[in-house]
Every structure is written in structure tokens, then in C-alpha cells.
Design a protein around this ligand. Sequence first.
Ligand code: IVH
Length: 677
Amino acid sequence: MFMPTPYNNRDQGRIKELRHLIYEYDYAYYVLDQPLIADFEYDQLFKELEDLERKYPALITPQSPTQRVGSAPLKTFAKLQHKVPLRSLNNAFDRNELEHFDQRNKERLDLSKICYVAEPKLDGLAVNLCYQNGILTQGATRGDGQVGEDITHNIRTIPTIPLQLRGRNVPNILEVRGEVYMPKVAFYQLNQESKLKGEKPFVNPRNAAAGSVRQLDSKITATRSLAIFCYGIGEVGQGNIPTSQNRVLMQLKEWGFPISPYSQLVCDMDECWAYLEKLSGLRSQLPYEIDGVVFKVDDLTQQNSLGFTARAPRWAIAYKFPAQEVSTQVLAIEVQVGRTGMLTPVARLDPILVGGVVIRNATLHNESEVQRKDIRIGDRVLVRRAGDVIPEVISVILESRPENSTPFVMPQCCPVCNSEVVKDQENTIARCSGGLYCPAQRKGMIKHFVSRKAMNICGLGERIIAQLVESDLVKDPADLYQLTIEKLSTLEGIGEKRATQIVSAIEQSKKTTFARFLYAIGIREVGETTAQLLAREFGSLTALMASDEEQLQKIPEIGSVVAFHIVVFFRQNHNCEVIYKLQEEGVFWAEDGIYKEEDSHHLPLLNQIFVFTGTLAAMTRNQAKEKIQTLGGRVNSHISSKTNYVVVGTQPGSTLNKAQNLGIAILDESQFQGLLD
Ligand code: IVH
């Protein structure tokens, strides 16, 4: 019979001591950047701890420094609803835009001077770390900002992320935001190894970091030398948070989080500018990629008053470093057909390295752009790459133009299906008139439909989609749901195993959300954010389909162009047919709500509809709306019999009367606050 080794008090004490020492050495090394002992000594202590834990497995705790790598790989990533959304940032590209940002903030706050914290903008991926009573309990990706993926098992392997916090004043619940990145050296090494193994290299350190964090097997992540810098706080339970960003950073450091050594308080535009110049000079020497500087209003009370727009905080801006430029030769100009039939000329370039990424193609946008810049085959051109943006040709180096070159002209027939090409009124946008007769448009449509932010069907890459469309197995998105293992196995390069995975991914995609579905069906001008907005405002497909341009334009974020495209889309019989077919095939979502039923236990206000009237004192309407949405509820602009609550601020409008007549629950601000709490 197995008998655990009885505890020896001395060993037990030593285990505690070793853990404590290792925490302290980690902190000195990763956070303070002041190693206290030699690597060799550290390794000895670590080994001693491992040996003791092997002897007394019952004494192992999840916070032990030996317990970073988990054992069994996961099967899938669970989705996590963020308690406080992870937002994006607005960008500035020149001094003017930066000054404009500062000016607007001053006007809004009625101040003559605002101090900002300047921080390097790390080019990695945002994560949310959750600590309960000082212990790391969860790590999540940003995802779409509202819902991310549970990557706790991988987060734990990143040595610079504390498993347990230091200090006494740690709130019982604390969410910390930061950027996980892969140092440049680790990126080059990883790609070197991939090349040797004949695998596809990562395009840049950010993709490598993202790929590493999204591994089901944490053993792989552990080998990827990831690191983190933290820069903010999300949800906080009982406990006090400093009142300025600068002090938040200091507090994070005390709790044990690595923060950028370059963050700095700057109090006027000249200081901002000096900081930018300093950092852009340092950029190439830093061991990690940065793509700009984030300026954040320092005073958190001021941040609060400024609030947020739909996408990003008003109190912060990302100044993006100017793009990197190189010269190369145009080998050919090809014309691509997109999912809406738009023709885009693309320059095939002599491959060239820009900022660690090999560039082979550059978009030429449209015909008039090519003519304006007079880009011709054989020309030497200046190419620009800025962050994530598709590389573009800036200008032609005319001195090196070959003698017999000819100007570019757009083809009059679609290069894929030969249908007539039609141009818009301004003569800039050319479209193939083939519609879904055109295989390129069909491929584009299917590619969009299955993409991650749409129906999220994994395994259907470009090559498979091309075969599905060319073999006529898939004419519209609904046909995907008729695919079987047998049918898929007839395609080139697909065995039974792949086919089974794809069929199961298609099956799983049937359960979706209204917002994803709206995005997936590919209405022109309806991107992810607009789809989410429409889902929230209308709640049901029937309501949206029945709406007209006027009603749509009542939503502040929806302009006439978007409204027009939505109405035109639903007016087309073939679009409605595809929608009905999809529903017949079993695609569904919880109607009247953008969240799935299974989430309801986290969402106490699930599907509750709120309408505001009058001005709130403690928060802006947008802030209130966000709080409601995070709890699963929705905010409508107009009252109806479906409204569950009307929240009344000072100077309410006629909504209050209507609410009384309809017998709808009326909340004053403090009752509303009570509900939120
Ligand atoms: S603050 C609401 N600070 O940039 C505040 N973001 O473009 C949002 N990022 O998703 C973020 N370094 O992944 C902030 N020092 C920094 C950052 C930073 C990099 C990333 C982050 C965010 C993206 C927004």
C-alpha cells in the first residue's frame, strides 16, 4: 500500500522558505531588474524545492514556483465574459492630432493644463489577469473586448507574471491588464527553429506571442520566452486603488507586476513631444517591439469625467510611430476581386524585409490611386508598412523607370468570371457585376462567413474554400451546413480526420449570437461593431428586417450610407432566402438577446431592457449603458411595452409619462445604482 512520507517539520519549513526566497529573487529579477543571486544559485534552490515537493506531494500548492506548467493539454478554450470591457485606443499619427486630443480634453474638463502618463505602446497582445485574495485565478485574452478566451494555463507559464501578489493592501478581487509580448531575440530563435523543422515561420513577434498564448498545451507556451508589462486595472473588489495612473503603475510594481521602465509623467505638449523623440530614438535598441506611445490622462477623476466613446477611452490616445519605408521593384500588378466584387489592384513586389517582416505584396487601393501615383510594372517604388496595416506603395522613383513601361489600366471584364466591370459615380471604385455568379465573390463571402469574428468555423482555410466553390459543393453559406465527411473527403489534401473536424466545427457554429450572425451574412458597411450595435438595438432579426432607413438612422452611430446598405440587403430576395436556409439548417441564437442562455448565471440583467430619461449625476449615459451591457442587459433609445426599466435622471422627458402609462418599473438614480451593485 502507498504510504505518503510523513511530514518532517524541518522539510516543511524549508519548503516555505524556499518558495519565499524564489518569489523574492523572481521579483528582484523580473520586476526590479536587479538580480540578487547568480543563475546557478537560483537553479540550485529551485531544484531543492522540486526535490522536496517530490518527496511531499501533499504539500504542493498551485502558487508554488514549480507549478507554472500544467500537465494535461486542454481540448478547447473556454469563453470568458469580461467584467469590465477591454477597450481599444484611438490613434494619433502626427503632432497636430496629439495637440487636438489635448485641446479637446482641456475643453471638456475646463482646465488649462492636463498631465499625462506616457507609456511605450507594446506590440503584443492584451490580457486580463484576475487575482482573488492575491492569488492568480484566471488569465484571459482580450477577444472582442467583451468576451475573451480563458488562457489561465498558459498565463501561469509566463515567468514574469506573479502567481501570488506581494504586499498587504491587495484588494480581494483585482483585475490587472497588460501586454504579453515576445522579446525580439526569442522571436528570431523561434523562427530559426521553425525553419529547421520545415514549419511556417511567424510574421512578427506579436503574431508569435499570440500564437504562443493560444496553445492548448501549456508545455509549448512555457518554451516560448513570453513576458509581460502591465499598465492598468480592471475590476477591483474591496480595496483602495490610487487616484492617478502614475501611482497605479507604482502600486502595480509593488504588488509584483513588471511595468515598463519608460513610463513617465508629462505635463505639456513640448514634454509629450520630447518623450516621443526620446522613445523613437530608443526603439530599435529595445529588446521588444513597440509601435508607438500611449498618453493617458494621469488623474483618474479626470479620466472618469472624460469617459469613453463606443470603442475607446476619451482620456487616452495611442501615438503611432511613423511607418517604416523601403524601396523595391514592382514585378507585376494583379487585380483581386473581393467579397463585394470590388476590384483591387495589388502590386507583386520583389520580396523585401521591413521591420522584421518580409513584404511581397502591397495594395494599390484603386485605379485612380494607381493613376495618380502612376505606378507601372517594372518601376522602383517606395513601400511603407505601418504596424498591422497592409503595406502600401507611397511613390515611384521616376529616375529608375524602365524605358518602355506603360500606364496601368483597369480591366473592363472581371479577371475571374469575365462579367462586366462597373464603376461608381466618382469613377474610383470598380466592381465585378457577376455577384454570386463570380467564384471570387463567392469565395470571399464564404471566407468572411467562416472567419473568427463571424461564425468562427475553424479548419476552412482559403484552399479548401476555393475547392468547395469551384466544385460547386458550396454556392452560398447555407450549403456549408449540408457538407458531410464523405463530400469533404473528396477534396484534395483532406483525409477523413480533417473532414470530421471540419464537419464538427460547422455543427458547433450553429449555436451563435445574433451579432455574429449579422456580421457573418456580410451586409456592406456592417462590420463587427455595427453588427453588435444592431443586435443590441433591435434584439431580433425580424425587427431589424422590418426597419427602414429612417428608423435605423435614429441610432446615433448609424449614418445614411450604412442604413441604406442594410435596407437594400434585406430587400434582396436571394439574401433573405440564404438567411431562411441557414435557420432551417439549424443556425440559432437566443432571440431577443445578444448573449447565450448558458451565460445567464453571470448575467443578472440578461435580456432586461432599459431606457434612460433625463441626466444622471454619477455617470454618463454611456457609462451606465456599458454597466448594463456587462450584466447582460440592453439599453434602447425609445420606450415600448417591451421595456423593463426606465431610469430617471434630472429633467426627464416625456418618457417618464409614457412609463407611468405603460406601467413600467421606474428607477431613480440611487435605485438604479442599487440594482447595478
Ligand atoms: S491602455 C482603455 N496601455 O494597445 C485602455 N494599451 O490599441 C486600453 N497596448 O488593446 C489600453 N501598450 O493591447 C494601453 N501601455 C499601454 C499599451 C496598450 C500596448 C495595446 C493594448 C490595447 C491596444 C489598443
